[in-house]
Design a protein around this ligand. Structure first.
Ligand SMILES: [Fe+2]
Length: 305
């Protein structure tokens, strides 16, 4: 379903526990974001035979749960800021999956480094996104890849702010300035993960309000909510809990300013599904609807620019 609306849709990042949650509250879930990287096994560029093997039954399950809902793609694997060429075979596989699912409304990737040049394992995505150097060289690397990706996928693109565990000083540009420029040059919009900003702040980074004030509000097309926990002296982006109160407060303060906002998405890791509890997750979805009701967006706000 392609919804025309003047408020953002409420949704979930798809994982193996999502069907159970959607079954409990079908009317509360209007949008699903799927991660192609989690729907196949990637045997790498040197694979003997077929490189990508889709997980059994996953596509049928997603088709079923995406019916009547907005659908977008959310990827980890491209590591766009890395100083390595775009993985064209990977891009083709994402494009094929999008086509098989009727076309992603938009496709997002992370503004983090997941792949390092000369890594020893093919397409090994680090569990942790590494910070990006915000300078002209990185901007040019990302510009070329986004231009190619937009043609290949045929849909608007978003980049998501990462979660970082130590401040990185002396960049040429701040992260919001970098995202603003990507938007101003028509390359992509912003997926603003409010919990990732909280993670950065808990680990010594800038206050989230400073970051959001610097960001162009028109660039923001999607918001991520989620929760984490403490580990070894750090606050982790583990998607193990409900959205913390501070993050809700940024959401209610700022989301109504994002006139192009299309989706508010909650991320949880399926291994924590039982621990968080389905009732608490339904409560989270209800609160997300309260947030969406505070937003009055432009109905044609889907395009990144
Ligand atoms: Fe996120």
């Amino acid at each position: 379903m392609r919804m025309t609306q003047n408020r953002p849709a409420v949704g979930l990042l798809y994982n193996p526990a999502t069907p159970d949650l959607v079954t409990h509250a079908p009317e509360l879930v209007e949008y699903i974001a799927v991660m192609p990287d989690r729907l196949w096994f990637d045997f790498g560029a040197r694979a003997v035979g077929r490189r990508f093997h889709r997980t059994l039954g996953a596509m049928e399950e997603i088709r079923h749960y995406a019916k009547g809902r907005m659908l977008a793609g959310h990827g980890l694997g491209m590591s766009l800021p890395s100083a390595i060429p775009l993985d064209e075979v990977f891009v083709e596989a994402v494009a094929a999956m999008s086509a098989d699912l009727g076309g992603f409304l938009w496709y997002s990737e992370h503004l983090s480094v997941f792949l390092a040049p000369r890594g020893s394992v093919p397409n090994a995505q680090a569990g942790l996104g590494l910070p990006v150097v915000y300078d002209e060289e990185t901007f040019e690397i990302i510009r070329g890849k986004l231009q190619r990706l937009k043609v290949a996928l045929g849909c608007p693109l978003l980049l998501e702010n990462g979660s970082f565990f130590t401040p990185v000083p002396d960049m040429d540009m701040t992260e919001p300035a970098f995202l603003n420029r990507l938007y101003a040059e028509g390359l992509c919009g912003t997926l603003l993960d409010l919990h990732n900003l909280y993670v950065g702040w808990r680990n010594g980074g800038p206050p989230p309000s400073n970051y959001i004030e610097e960001l162009d509000p028109d660039a923001v097309v999607e918001i991520h909510l989620g929760g984490g926990d403490d580990f070894a002296g750090f606050y982790m982006d583990s998607h193990s809990s409900l959205t913390p109160p501070e993050v809700w407060s940024y959401a209610f303060d700022y989301a109504p300013r994002f006139k192009r906002l299309r989706a508010i998405t909650f991320e949880f890791q399926e291994t924590y599904y039982e621990r968080i509890g389905v009732d608490a997750l339904v409560g989270e979805l209800n609160r997300m609807h309260e947030l969406a009701a505070c937003c009055n967006t432009e109905s044609s706000a889907i395009h990144a620019r």
